[in-house]
Design a binder for this molecule. Structure first.
Ligand code: GAF
Length: 388
């Protein structure tokens, strides 16, 4: 049994006594390409990773929800399922739980109270979607407790996104929640964020996904994020389309004079990133890591020069990775931006050499060595059928 699982069961026992009836899990994600495209109705290509949030659950005979957060010094929360559910004092993890339960309750799901212990091993604040995985895990916990085992993964993801948008107040797109809810083991997920059509794109055998933390903590991200989102909406309105998904590069160039130059550059990132993401899915399908790597490099440059969301440290880290990997894959900053992590794809046999190059060539802002994770594409959220 993993250390995480042992900690979870022990934490459940000391908080509530006895054992949970079941355990659910929801993974973190890393996005290979397709950044900030989700709220523009575009395309993204994430993989779920091996770190995750787990919740040990025991349904209650009433409508009380009690939870203990083992990663936050055993902090507890308790509230009744009623509409509307109020925000918690001090916000934080409690609002992800309350928000998810609130959405479920409003949809007529999740009317059964639960005792639940929550623990995970996703490094917090590093852009690997620990909050989306918490929301998705809570949805699974509540649905399973109420006996709903037939709710599609995309519907669960959209409820989790709604919790984040409307309850927590972060205007994210649907990428993180869909990645956590709907991925399949061994595959990246090509998401059409408008139609919600999903395609599992097999990651070729022998391919490693490396995640390197730049050590730059993403500061004031929500303000920057919402501003980028507003600029994309402004560009779409100037072009007379519903979303930037609906224009190509020629159409965007035609409308250049209708918007401020910075807005044009933001929009150009989205338009070119959508095209790159579809091409990247094609490259992955064909097992062509060299082409995938070129597209990842172009994506990084576009995020740096047009969208303005990279920082000096992630630029440097991506360059070190790209040089070490050469034609055998690629690297780019991943996630919301302004620091966080760089993702790289490469054959397993060069992982150690690339790791050495990073450890020798890169220092975090405080002078330390970066956290490096080697991942394979894992399965999306669900009930844990055996104790792992
Ligand atoms: C964050 C958001 F939550 C996602 O919706 C997505 O926009 C991503 O940044 C950028 O691609 O993770």
């Amino acid at each position: 049994m993993s250390a995480l699982h042992e900690r979870l069961l022990a934490g459940f026992g000391s908080a509530f006594g006895g054992n949970p009836d079941f355990v659910v899990r929801a993974p973190g994600r890393v996005n290979l390409i397709g950044e900030h495209t989700d709220y523009n109705d575009g395309f993204a290509l994430p993989v779920a990773i091996g770190v995750e949030t787990r919740i040990a659950v025991r349904p209650r005979p009433d409508r009380l929800v009690r939870s203990v957060a083992l990663d936050f010094d055993g902090e507890v929360d308790g509230f009744w399922i009623e509409t509307p559910i109020r925000r918690a004092e001090g916000a934080g993890w409690r609002d992800y739980v309350r928000g998810s339960v609130d959405v479920l309750a409003r949809r007529g799901f999740g009317h059964t109270g639960v005792d639940m212990a929550i623990a995970g091993d996703i490094p917090k604040g590093t852009g690997l979607s620990s909050s989306a995985s918490l929301e998705v895990a809570v949805c699974h916990a509540m649905l399973a407790a109420a006996g709903h085992d037939d709710v599609p993964a995309t519907e669960i993801a959209l409820m989790a996104q709604e919790a984040e948008n409307d309850f927590v107040g972060m205007r994210c797109g649907n990428l993180d929640q869909i990645a956590s809810a709907a991925t399949q083991a061994g595959a990246a997920l090509l998401i059409d964020c408008r139609s919600l059509l999903l395609e599992a794109v097999t990651v070729p055998d022998g391919t490693a996904v490396m995640i390197v933390q730049s050590g730059v903590v993403r500061g004031l991200v929500e303000g920057h994020y919402n501003r980028r989102r507003a600029q994309c909406e402004e560009a779409a309105a100037a072009l007379g389309v519903k979303a930037l998904r609906d224009v190509d590069l020629a159409g965007l160039e035609d409308g250049r004079a209708c918007m401020p130059e910075e807005t044009f550059r933001r929009a150009r990132h989205i338009v070119t990133e959508n095209a790159r993401t579809l091409d990247a899915a094609g490259a992955l399908r064909a097992g062509d890591l060299a082409s995938l790597g070129r597209l990842m490099a172009e994506s990084h440059v576009s995020m740096r020069d047009d969208f303005g969301i990279t920082v000096e440290h992630t630029d440097r880290l991506s360059a070190i990775l790209a040089k070490a990997i050469g034609e055998r894959g690629g690297a780019r900053q991943t996630g919301g931006g302004f620091g966080g992590a760089v993702v790289a794809v490469m054959p397993v046999e060069i992982v150690e050499r690339v790791r050495e190059a990073v450890l020798n060539g890169y220092r975090t802002p405080d002078g330390g060595s970066p956290l490096i994770m080697i991942e394979q594409a894992s399965a999306g959220a669900g009930l844990l059928t055996e104790a792992r």
